[in-house]
Design a protein. Structure first.
Length: 206
């Protein structure tokens, strides 16, 4: 657990332990290289799988974001499903970003851009956000992160977030809706996970 518990470090100190995760979806098959020191290196995280199986399709074009991309299962899936869009895969973990870039290249997904979360390259306006957010960074940091990125959503654009109920999904739902003023819809629930769609207050039916 030492390596995985610090997946949000810029440069994980866990010894390298290369691995492979197969992403098997009804419309897609990917083989993704993993390593210690990144999120869920041994298997596709159940929350991420839930998001990939149940989230609405990404827009056909525009700039879309995988927030906290890890080794790239969400970014690569979005890129394959929307080849006309540009997928910005952001993370603070440099090992994860290198894996994500390599995995996208290996899969022939030229529309993935892997950059640090602080990079000025990321567009100011986004056509969508997908994330299995890093809840273990703590609630204040998580709230600050989401507040900043959600503000970049274009009108009628949505963020699709997955979170475990035991990790605070319902309180996050309440915070986004009641304190931040977003329109939040629970799209689905399974095995203790919540899939949330977040839009501007005037985009409830967008």
């Amino acid at each position: 657990m030492t390596g995985s518990s610090h997946y949000f470090a810029a440069q994980p100190d866990a010894a390298h332990r290369p691995g492979l995760v197969r992403v098997v979806l009804p419309d897609l098959y990917l083989e993704l290289a993993t390593d210690s020191g990144v999120f869920s290196p041994g298997r596709l995280d159940p929350g991420t799988r839930f998001l990939l199986e149940k989230s609405p399709p990404p827009p056909a074009s525009g700039d879309i974001l995988d927030l906290g991309c890890g080794y790239g299962p969400i970014a690569c899936t979005l890129a394959a499903r929307s080849p006309g869009a540009t997928v910005w895969a952001v993370d603070v973990n440099e090992r994860a970003l290198a894996l994500c870039a390599s995995n996208a290249a290996q899969a022939g997904l030229a529309n993935v851009r892997c950059v640090l979360a602080s990079s000025p390259e990321v567009p100011a306006v986004l056509a969508g956000i997908w994330s299995n957010p890093p809840v273990r960074i703590g609630k204040p940091a998580l709230h600050a992160m989401l507040r900043g990125w959600l503000a970049r959503l274009a009108p009628q654009a949505a963020a699709t977030l997955v979170m475990g109920r035991n990790l605070g999904a319902d309180s996050l739902h309440a915070w986004l809706a009641n304190e931040e003023g977003w329109s939040v819809t629970r799209l689905s629930a399974r095995s203790g996970y919540r899939l949330l769609r977040v839009t501007g207050p005037d985009d409830r039916n967008g």
